[in-house]
Design a protein around this ligand. Structure first.
Ligand code: HEM
Length: 164
């Protein structure tokens, strides 16, 4: 009897048969090592993407607080958390580069990402710390957001000139 025979709407069930054929008889007992490696790589890539989203999100929030001259910007955790996230972002980037054997200098899209990352860090520092006037800080903030968007677009298209 199929495992689905007693399933009702809303029940959890595990599919063990399809069209009367037992899935256990057609699926391998162990996933192939290549498949496991691929899934591990995808796991690291998704970790990298999560760190990228957190890094961009943190930066947006801190930029808003900077524009509003909010004292929240001086909180201890607000100063340390982005450093932790950014370190994990860079560490996962190094892991992906080494694992996939795609290196900056050899792959133009990775070279562009690295250069743009340096620009993003510089603009971010001017926006949140070193900008002398509010106008300079605001301009650097907009530039940093645009640079971040460029990095994401290059990552997705794997083309540094994706806009042409
Ligand atoms: C602010 C900085 C960064 C952001 C926002 C970012 C964002 C992303 C995103 C969204 C992806 C997934 C792309 C996709 O497959 O759709 C990705 C993948 C990747 N990133 Fe980054 N990244 C950043 C920094 C870096 C740096 C500095 C490097 C190394 C130079 C790097 C190397 C990689 C590699 C190797 C992949 C995997 C490509 C693949 O196998 O498909 N990333 N990044």
């Amino acid at each position: 009897m199929s495992s689905q025979a007693h399933a009702r709407a809303g029940d959890w069930c595990i599919l063990t048969e399809l069209d009367g054929i037992s899935l256990a008889s057609v699926l391998p007992a162990q996933p192939a090592p290549d498949l496991i490696r691929m899934m591990d790589y995808l796991l690291l890539k998704h970790f990298h993407m999560t760190c990228a989203a957190l890094s961009g999100g943190f930066f947006l929030v801190r930029g808003q607080w900077m524009l509003a001259s909010s004292p929240l910007l001086q909180r201890r955790w607000v100063k340390t958390a982005p450093h932790i996230v950014d370190s994990l972002l860079l560490a996962s980037a190094i892991g992906l580069v080494a694992w996939s054997h795609q290196y900056p200098g050899q792959q133009p899209w990775l070279t562009a990402k690295l250069v743009a990352l340096a620009a993003y860090i510089l603009l971010g520092a001017v926006a949140l710390k070193y900008g002398r006037t509010m106008l300079i800080r605001a301009a650097a903030f907009v530039g940093a957001i645009a640079t971040f968007g460029y990095i994401v677009a290059v990552a997705v298209t794997k083309n540094p000139l994706f806009f042409l």
